[in-house]
Design a protein around this ligand. Structure first.
Ligand code: OOG
Ligand code: MG
Length: 255
């Protein structure tokens, strides 16, 4: 088995069985390109189990996230239908290693986006925006990783919860947001924390996906990246993100 396929099996099995593994970088020096090959191969394993691609997620698009994790490059990951969590459905923490949650904004595309799309073109391709929560879960012990490690691990993707879809023609450049756990505010921020305007994250997503040979298609969901640092999840917690003007999204955790 090639090294890429072997490492893909390692991260995929770790995610599937919610078992922490050692960082790949402890044993192997992977380039960023090789790490994305591992990610692609791990997603191919999911697709062969019947999962379907539904979009992509951006990572480290805010200073808050970069500071929290000590990584200063944008990354991306692939989303499948199995990662979608219906709003209000219970989130079973036994499925994860050490899950965290972070507030994001999601885009739904009504048309394909070429790699060279401008901000204006990207906006025209947005059918709707929504307040969203991303559940991230590094498969690496202690949630510690190098850039190549986290890329190979599909950018810690685990789950995403999308709130009510809203009109994208309103100004969403600087919407205040609050992340509460059991009613207690834990993180406060703004969509402006995402690259100054979350639409910039969509433009970057279009460029990255086209370069990877998987251009963004109509119907794709794009998660713009955490606007604030992430919070650790424990059982029995009601998690809610309220986003100014566009509404709220929530879920409750269980064992
Ligand atoms: C990596 C994933 C980063 C974001 O929104 O910045 C990410 C991690 O923090 O484990 O999802
Ligand atoms: Mg995220």
């Amino acid at each position: 088995m090639s090294l890429i396929l072997d490492l893909a099996a390692r991260v995929d099995e770790a995610a599937r069985t919610a078992t922490a593994i050692a960082q790949l970088s402890h044993e192997h020096t992977l380039s960023e390109a090789q790490a994305y090959e591992v990610q692609a191969a791990s997603i191919a394993r999911r697709l062969s189990r019947g999962e379907r691609r539904v979009g992509m997620k951006m990572g480290f698009t805010s200073r808050a996230k970069m500071q929290q994790m000590g990584v200063h490059d944008m990354i991306w990951g692939r989303l499948t239908d199995a990662m979608a969590v219906e709003e209000g459905a219970p989130v079973f923490l036994s499925r994860y290693v050490h899950p965290r949650v972070e507030p994001e904004i999601a885009f739904l595309l009504s048309r394909p986006l070429p790699g060279n799309a401008t901000l204006a073109e990207a906006l025209l391709a947005v059918e709707a925006i929504a307040p969203a929560l991303e559940i991230i879960d590094s498969r690496y012990a202690d949630f510690k990783f190098s850039l190549a490690d986290v890329i190979a691990d599909n950018a810690s993707s685990t789950g995403f919860v999308i709130g009510p879809w809203a009109d994208p023609t309103q100004d969403f450049s600087n919407l205040g947001l609050v992340l509460t756990l059991n009613g207690q505010p834990k993180q406060v921020g703004s969509t402006a924390g995402i690259l100054g305007h979350p639409l910039r994250s969509l433009v970057a997503a279009a460029r990255i996906c086209a370069a990877a040979g998987e251009p963004l298609q109509a119907g794709a969901i794009v998660m713009a990246g955490g606007a604030t640092a992430a919070e650790a999840l424990a059982p029995g917690v009601h998690v809610r993100c309220e986003m100014q003007h566009i509404g709220a999204v929530s879920f409750t955790t269980t064992e």
